[in-house]
Design a protein around this ligand. Structure first.
Ligand SMILES: [Fe+2]
Ligand SMILES: [Fe+2]
Length: 177
């Protein structure tokens, strides 16, 4: 946080690794934009009898990733005197989760959902790590990590509930393999 007024970051214990916390926040910010984009894209691409319900769920989650999660992370970064990247391409570069490849076939709705479940699982891991990093030393970021962690667990559950029985089997196999 060099170059910023020394009044910033006083809510953080000197024991905290502020550099690591900021890096995690920036990575999570990028992940939210990447997930938001792919969820919107998925909503446009999916075809078939269940595509309406699935598209609606993906749009809802995309909105939450961008307008709630990315926005909340940007606010926390601002409190620490850090600006998000101004180059859009930088978001993809610094995104730790990026996004699993989308299925070629737009009728492979399970395939789109499986990609999203994997993205949510990566986000859950990232917020769990941010929580561990901030627990007891940066209560403001800790509370944010806790809230976003709960949201991503909910997203993962909501998405998994859209899988067909075959899709659930496929997810199980892919996660084991
Ligand atoms: Fe999110
Ligand atoms: Fe999510």
């Amino acid at each position: 946080m060099s170059g910023n007024p020394s009044i910033l970051g006083k809510e953080i214990s000197p024991k905290a690794d502020v550099g690591a916390i900021v890096e995690k926040l920036l990575g999570a910010y990028a992940d939210e934009w990447v997930a938001g984009y792919y969820y919107m894209l998925t909503a446009e691409l999916v075809q078939g009898p269940l595509s309406g319900v699935v598209a609606e769920q993906f749009r809802r989650e995309a909105e939450e990733e961008i307008t709630k999660h990315a926005a909340a992370i940007a606010s926390r970064l601002a409190e620490l005197g850090v600006e998000p990247p101004r180059e859009f391409s930088r978001l993809w570069e610094i995104s730790p989760c990026k996004y699993p490849p989308l299925p070629e076939d737009p009728y492979d709705v399970d395939g789109f959902i499986i990609a999203a479940v994997k993205a949510e699982a990566c986000a859950v891991k990232a917020y769990r790590e941010l929580y561990d990093l901030t627990h007891g030393v940066d209560p403001v970021t800790e509370e944010l990590a806790e809230e976003l962690l709960a949201d991503e667990v909910r997203h993962r559950t909501e998405l998994m509930s859209l899988l067909t029985r075959d899709g659930m089997e496929r997810l199980r196999r892919e996660l084991e393999g």
